[in-house]
Design a protein around this ligand. Structure first.
Ligand code: GTR
Length: 397
């Protein structure tokens, strides 16, 4: 009880909303679009069918209809450079803290944003986690980071992982009406060049996750082949899109991401957020085309399990919280379950579980991990430890 109150208070302090009580009875999905059938009706029978036809058509669908397409210029590595502008020992010499500025030279001007990295001292390069930090107040300076429950860097470092985080609003404003002539958008294109399938804010944040990975690839203290991307709620949606659009991420951890994140739409969970609600409050997270799906959650011909499937054969962690029915916990579990056949095509196991789990009984036997934390909508130390357990289990240490 105490922990719950403390977490809720922290969530409020950090500007993160807490959502209502749990719905625990089991609900089954209905009329779910078939993962292993192409849009023109052909059955996907092999890995080849998947990689040549189905996965590309799904990616194109999610780009065109939900998260938007990133202009090619945003993805040119040669436009990106880094400046480590401060570096010091922290945690009694156990780790290095680096402050890094990313500069992107866009066709329409320059844009830069800072991030903070903590790297444990070790004999060989260490695996790492990148966090898109959706905090609305405070900075990611040393003091903030070291005392933050949302980003428990001391615990992460103690387990031998490096971690880096950027603040959302340093990349693109998290505000309705902010438009697309600010943040990274301004450097890439003019508002007048945008159309109904242009990238939007979730994609811009996911872009920043990838720039941090660019830097990690050049940082000799980090093992860039073992980097996970983590995010909570809108950050959890961002983490999924980052992992889908950038296959260098070896693991995706999507915490309480809910509607238009890990939650399946074809499931009747009345207390959970629906597409019409998310579009009303946060239209700028998505491309304009997504608006045609408002009120069509159970009718659309694609769904979020198909997005998760695009992460196969890499590692995927989906997490819910008992008091977070707004995120639709069972919908998150079902999407993980229904995405699993993509892992089977690679000779691996997705989510190894037949039943929705009890709280704090993580399901971690396959390449998809699912856990249900007790408590509110939040990214807690408990969640981080399950992500690190999963990475450890897959030999990251
Ligand atoms: C909520 C929103 C969710 C979720 C959350 C968050 O208000 O409805 O989709 O993303 O915000 O990011 O905290």
């Amino acid at each position: 009880m105490k922990t719950t109150i403390a977490l809720a208070a922290l969530a409020v302090y950090m500007g993160i909303e807490c959502h209502g009580a749990a719905a625990n009875q089991e609900t089954a999905p209905r009329n779910v679009p078939e993962l292993m059938r192409t849009f023109d009706g052909a059955e996907v029978k092999s890995l080849d069918d998947w990689e040549r036809k189905r996965a590309p058509e799904l990616l194109a669908r999610f780009e065109k209809e939900e998260y938007g397409r990133r202009p090619a210029a945003a993805c040119e590595r040669a436009r990106v450079s880094f400046d480590v502008y401060d570096e010091r020992e922290v945690m009694d010499g156990k780790a290095l803290r680096k402050l890094v500025r990313v500069t992107y030279k866009g066709p329409n001007g320059d844009f830069s944003f800072p991030f903070t990295a903590f790297i444990p001292k070790a004999k060989k390069p260490v695996p790492a986690f990148v966090l898109a930090a959706n905090i609305k107040r405070g900075t990611l300076d040393e003091k903030q980071a070291l005392t933050s429950v949302f980003w428990p860097v001391e615990e992460i470092v103690a387990r031998g992982y490096a971690t880096a985080a950027f603040r959302f609003d340093c990349v693109a404003a998290d505000r309705k009406g902010a438009g697309f002539s600010q943040g990274v958008f301004s450097a890439v294109q003019r508002e007048g060049e945008r159309n109904d399938e242009s990238w939007a804010t979730l994609s811009a944040w996911a872009w920043a996750d990838s720039r941090i990975l660019d830097w990690m690839e050049m940082e000799p203290l980090i093992d860039a082949k073992h980097v996970g991307v983590v995010g909570h709620s809108r950050g959890g949606k961002t983490a999924i899109w980052a992992g889908v659009t950038d296959k260098r991420f070896a693991m995706v951890c999507s915490n309480n991401s809910g509607c238009s994140g890990a939650k399946l739409n074809h499931i009747d969970l009345p207390k959970s957020e629906h597409i019409s609600q998310i579009l009303k409050n946060f239209p700028y997270w998505f491309c304009v085309n997504y608006r045609k799906y408002a009120g069509k959650d159970m009718e659309m011909d694609f769904d979020q399990h198909e997005l998760l499937a695009l992460i196969a054969p890499r590692l995927l962690c989906i997490a819910s919280a008992t008091e977070d029915s707004w995120a639709g916990q069972q919908g998150e579990w079902w999407a993980a379950k229904l995405a699993s056949p993509a892992w089977t095509l690679y000779g691996k196991k997705g989510l190894v579980a037949d039943k929705y789990p009890a709280p704090e009984k993580p399901q971690q036997n396959g390449c998809i991990s699912y856990h249900l934390r007790k408590g509110p909508h939040f990214l807690a130390s408990y969640d981080w430890h399950r992500y690190m357990d999963f990475a450890d289990r897959h030999g990251w240490h």
